[in-house]
Ligand binder design. Structure first.
Ligand code: CP
Ligand code: NVA
Length: 310
């Protein structure tokens, strides 16, 4: 039983392992209902506002489609077209939108900005990606691993690449569910220290094992899951050239994945850059579940919306 009615969804760190398991079960149920063509009207009359200050394909379409499938409605708000883009404070925006819609999803740069929005809004706020976290993605990743492997606790996952928002949320997700996670990054690109401390603290309670290293071969050896993300995230475009050099040894290719278990799953939050962080052989190969993973964004977000807007 999960009771998160009226709550914000900013990071998985705010939720107990039981709530996370409950959300995954709910997502599984909603996915089954969707596949069998059942109608759900759980959110009839509710409106979700979606603020985007960075581009998106999956997050926008899965939130919009999910809300419509639940019988609700959506308003897409491009930050640049709002007064926000001309400097209106996020706190005023929060207070105003609270009079019009029932929940807000926001994708932006600083995590602080999302926390400020949530603090001043009287309605739930959902994090659709910040520079620090991408919790909806991590929940979809968990659902995908659970579907393919049948469980989460004890599964060995390796993240190879940048210690970024996706990595941070994966670390929290692993810690909460007892997944073992090796994170391999080039030196200087390790995950945020505070997030690492937080994940290690949670892991102590759940039995998850989380290790940060600089050796991709060590990270993927005997892994059940290999995960990567782009080397240059949104907002880091000016560092692109340097990053391409610094990450050369961290490409997920046939040579690297042969160290994993034969039936390993390849995951990537997408969008992907074939030939950079991953080769076509791997992302388009038989071990890749990236489209099932992307599809699962829809179902986990419907579960979040259904529970917080109950
Ligand atoms: N994975 C993800 O969040 O994709 P978008 O940037 O397309 O939303
Ligand atoms: N780390 C990437 C994820 C995109 C979904 C970024 O922030 O751009």
């Amino acid at each position: 039983i999960i009771d998160i009615k009226g709550k914000d969804f900013l990071t998985l760190a705010d939720f107990s392992p039981d709530v996370i398991k409950g959300l995954l079960e709910k997502a599984h149920g909603l996915k089954k209902a969707h596949v069998s063509g059942e109608e759900t009207n759980l959110l009839k009359g509710k409106i979700l506002g979606l603020i985007f200050e960075k581009p998106s394909t999956r997050t926008r379409v899965s939130f919009e489609a999910g809300m419509l499938q639940l019988g609700g409605q959506v308003i897409y708000l491009n930050g640049q077209d709002m007064q926000l883009g001309r400097g209106e404070p996020i706190s005023d925006t929060a207070k105003v939108l609270s009079h019009y819609v029932d929940a807000i999803m926001i994708r932006t740069f600083s995590h602080q900005r999302v926390m400020e929005l949530a603090e001043h809004a009287s309605i739930p706020v959902i994090n659709g990606l910040t520079d620090l976290f991408h919790p909806c993605q991590a929940l979809a990743d968990l659902l995908t691993i659970q579907e393919v492997k049948g469980s989460l606790a004890g599964i060995k996952m390796a993240f190879v690449g940048d210690g970024n928002n996706v990595t941070h949320s994966l670390m929290i997700a692993a810690a909460k569910t007892g997944l073992h996670l090796n994170v391999a990054t080039p030196m200087g690109y390790e995950p945020n220290e505070e997030v690492t401390k937080l994940a290690l603290g949670i892991a102590k309670e759940t039995g998850a094992e989380i290790a940060i290293m600089n050796n991709p071969v060590e990270a993927v050896t005997e892994a059940d899951v290999i995960y990567t993300d782009v080397w240059t995230s949104m907002g880091q475009e000016a560092e692109n050239e340097k990053r391409m050099k610094d990450f050369q040894e961290f490409q997920v290719n046939d040579g690297l994945v042969k160290n994993a278990k034969a039936d390993f799953l390849f995951l990537h939050c997408l969008p992907a850059h074939r030939g950079e962080e991953v080769t076509s052989d791997v992302i388009d190969g038989k071990n890749s579940y990236v489209f099932q993973q992307a599809g699962n964004r829809l179902h986990v977000q419907k579960a979040i919306l259904a529970e917080i807007l109950k």
